[in-house]
Design a protein around this ligand. Structure first.
Ligand SMILES: Nc1nc2c(ncn2[C@@H]2O[C@H](COP(=O)(O)OP(=O)(O)OP(=O)(O)O)[C@@H](O)[C@H]2O)c(=O)[nH]1
Length: 331
């Protein structure tokens, strides 16, 4: 075997081309690549962080807790001058629910556990200076074998910075974190630093995706996410998080006027008649706005003309019905 030991002992024959064996063969560019899970209780800023790390909007964000329901991957590839570099493959997870035990929440918790299994690195996101029961529940899912970095997010909202140091010491007692990164997901400088830190934990191996890929999610999935984001943004805090969006049709067409064109029909599923009225709004104004804003954003994301048709349906109790939760696309 060509180990450093037997080479030193002279057991290894010289390479046939007469090269000095100590010289590197060629400057093979080094590629690193690995999976990073972003976990944390609802509303700590996981989606904001993922989008900042990926450098483009991939996961939806909203002021309302519990908007992220699926495992979403975002990909960031940083190349260096030698042609090597690092590919970060991120896994976003739903906020870990502690209050409800309905089928939907069981599915969410399973997704969190599935997401952290087999990753190279975990980013455990909390709000700087705070640690609640919800954080503790998520932390209890982390296994000792996988390195975890404590991301103390929303540092910009902490007015008394002096209190962060004792809080960090306290966090050190709670889990053997590999590093502590107080930061703000909204600060590009902080996000760049976090990427540099993450890089060290990823193994040397060839990239899995081409260097311009941002996500392995389908455009159909992105469409449902964008409609859902607009739905929650435009209904404020009135609409319960059990409302969801189902894509009934996603059809690509060629058009002479626009080149590529996508036709989308989607149904917003709500629990009660009152919620339906809320989504539709006076004279259909709100539903129209949800459709317009979703269309504009999807046209930018998919770089083509989009037609979107929205419906609202009432299905009471769907979040408690396991079969139905599955039929809406939550495993
Ligand atoms: N001030 C401040 N606000 C932040 C920061 N990061 C995220 N936020 C805000 O926190 C809120 C929640 O952010 P999200 O990214 O949706 O949180 P999440 O953890 O993905 O939430 P779920 O989808 O409910 O699990 C949004 O209003 C963000 O704009 C930060 O660094 N500073």
């Amino acid at each position: 075997m060509n180990t450093p030991e037997n080479r030193a002992a002279g057991a290894d024959p010289a390479p046939p081309d007469g090269r000095n064996d100590a010289e590197p063969l060629s400057a093979e560019p080094v590629q690193r690549c690995g999976l990073i899970a972003i976990v944390g209780k609802p509303n700590v800023g996981k989606s904001t962080l993922l989008n900042a790390l990926v450098g483009q909007k991939i996961s939806i964000t909203s002021r309302k807790a519990q908007t992220t329901r699926h495992r979403i991957t975002g990909i960031r590839t940083l190349t260096n001058e030698q042609g090597g570099g690092t590919q970060f493959v991120f896994v976003d997870t739903p906020g870990f629910q502690t209050k409800h035990s309905a089928a939907l929440n069981k599915s969410l918790n399973k997704t969190v556990l599935g997401a952290i299994d087999g990753v190279d690195l975990i980013l455990f996101v909390v709000e700087a200076g705070s640690f609640t029961l919800g954080d503790a529940k998520v932390l209890s899912l982390l296994r000792a074998g996988t390195p975890a970095i404590l991301v103390a997010n929303k540092l910009d909202t902490v007015h008394r910075r002096a209190e962060v140091a004792p809080w960090l010491r306290d966090m050190q007692e709670r889990h053997p974190f590999a590093e502590f990164v107080p930061m703000s997901a909204k600060q590009p400088k902080d996000v760049r630093r976090l990427l540099q830190i993450c890089e060290r934990y990823l193994p040397e191996q060839p990239w899995w995706y081409s260097d311009d890929e941002l996500t392995d999610r389908s455009e159909k999935f992105l469409a449902s996410e964008v409609v859902r984001e607009k739905l929650f943004r435009l209904t404020g805090d009135e609409l319960p998080y059990t409302s969801t969006v189902v894509i009934d049709q996603f059809k690509e067409e060629k058009s002479r006027a626009h080149g590529r064109m996508v036709r989308i029909a989607a149904t917003i599923v709500v629990e009660r008649d009152g919620h339906k009225a809320m989504v539709i709004g006076e004279k259909g104004e709100r539903l129209k706005r949800i459709g317009t804003e979703a269309r504009q954003e999807l046209e930018k994301l998919m770089d083509c003309k989009v037609f979107i048709e929205l419906w609202v349906k009432v299905r009471s109790g769907w979040a408690d019905d396991e079969a139905r939760v599955r039929s809406f696309g939550y495993e």
